[in-house]
Design a protein around this ligand. Sequence first.
Ligand code: ATP
Ligand code: MG
Length: 631
Amino acid sequence: MQYEDFYRQSIEQPEQFWAEQARLIHWDTPPQQILDQSNLPFRRWFVGGTTNLCYNAVDRHLADRAEQLALVAISSETDVTREFTYRELYWEVNAFAAVLRSLGVGKGDRVVIYLPNMAEAVFAMLACARIGAIHSVVFGGFAAHNLALRIDDAQPKLLIAADAGMRGGKVIPYKPLVDAALNEASAPPPQVLIVDRGLDPQMTRVAGRDFDYAELRRAHEGVEVPVIWLESNEPSYLLYTSGTTGKPKGVQRDVGGYAVAMALSIRTVFDIAPGQAMFSTSDVGWAVGHSYNVYGPLIGGATSLLYEGMPTRPDPGIWWQLCERYGVRTMFSSPTAIRVLKKQDESWLKKYDLSNLKWLFLAGEPLDEPTAQWITDALGVPVIDNYWQTETGWPAITLMPGLELKAVKFGSPGLPAPGYKMKVIDENTGKEVPAGTKGVLVLQPPLPPGCLSTIWRDDDRYVHSYFSHFRELLYSSLDWAIRDEDGYTFILGRTDDVINVAGHRLGTREIEEAVASHPAVAEAAVVGVRDELKGQVPIVFATLKQDAGVGAGAMALAMQQRVVEQLGGVAKPSRVYVVNALPKTRSGKLLRRSLQALAEQRDPGDLSTLDDPGALDDIRRALELGPDLGS
Ligand code: ATP
Ligand code: MG
């Protein structure tokens, strides 16, 4: 089917469209009503239908593909690869569910999962889903304070943690962080289940509170745990947003709508059919990890690769080697990861047989044109930018090669996904802007299946955070966008990432694009700083490619020239700093807020989501030494 017809039907006849899509999954009781929108902005999909995420991801495939690989968990840190067929996955998940039950976990209880990208993270999530417990995975890189915040909000009955994670060959003990978080939390869970890989010989246990997973598993191996059927709109899991712009929000997902969105998107967006292999390099702690390392590919009967480690260890060819070994068809990663690879020798991309690889999807932050061009040329497959938020749970703007591949336009994630009634509106008037004009990207309710149903135990915050910005009831993405004549949407950055230079409003993203168009630039961050004369002026922080071969001063000048050439004198950066690293969150998003604060000699604020503290020291040093251009 053509994309246009498909999309149009999803908007014009949503009930008919989604009734059709609902057939992609197994229901114990079929839905009685497809859509209830009597209480917008809340909406309920597939009302009265009962189903289960674990049943759809595991049990359902036993008849046809029990011996097919379901999950491959590769760790280049511990140097261990573990392969699980659907049958083996079934038994692992049942054992895990039996352990959960033995610890008193049941329907509606929250379970916080604090594990790195290891197979047990997938077992734990599916085991929760099986018994109707609500999981909340917290990214393993988060420190104690972040973990405590999420624990207090979710109030779990159980915390599942690893003894340690690893990064770049270094062991990072998790247990001391867990102990600290439980100390800090006002509602600590009474029990902790530890998945011990023996990485931290110093690990201590609290008697009566801490349990060993391997030990309990032995006692429950071979036990089959019945699936608990859940009404479509009951909560399946919570996932906290990464908190780039403030206090994280507990995004709550439903059961039936999410399962249908996964089944639909894995086929039509990611072009994965049963038996094919998908490799998402995300962490299970992010939305992409939930949807396209766990639920999407498994509901779709595919083989899912889960990777623990860095893209450059043991060498920068590791991901492509895995693509060759498992015949990966669709790969999913982030622009940040590709920029890391772009600093390395391109020959690593040519070493392996990638004849099965058809698509590379990238999401999470703006995909700049030079990076898109570089990786497209190097791989020789279409690179598909897709836009989504933790809140949406699946791409909101994308191309859908599983349906029909539309032309790729660099700089744009493409066209709205089915069910997303999307508009670009003027921030003041709330009216839709014409093609080519910048506005705020909004969604008209009802949000499609798969998107958040509310904020955990805070319906008011749900309404207030997302639906209170305009007179009309609209979901604000808080991102700027522009649509071209063909309906392609370009994301111009967050509504709080705008610089006002002498009355001209400039998006930081546009300036970053111009800077990064210089072939020797690896990555750029632009922030606005106070200026007596102009109100604000843009300043640039940039990292260079390894083989840039030009001095910092000359490069700084070249970057400034690029901006003037492409955007005019008004956007001319007043200072340019060449640095070694840029401060990013654990999810790879630039912390512009902190950069700006440092540049204005203010407190950089909450840095607990910062990935590499060294990057900030580097910025401080650069600011002290003075810019490579400007004063
Ligand atoms: P918080 O909402 O807690 O501040 P966050 O918005 O950083 O955190 P996410 O939900 O992980 O957390 O990120 C979603 C945001 O990432 C989008 O709103 C958008 O700004 C950006 N983004 C995601 N994909 C793309 C893309 N393909 N192109 C441009 N921007 C993107
Ligand atoms: Mg957000």
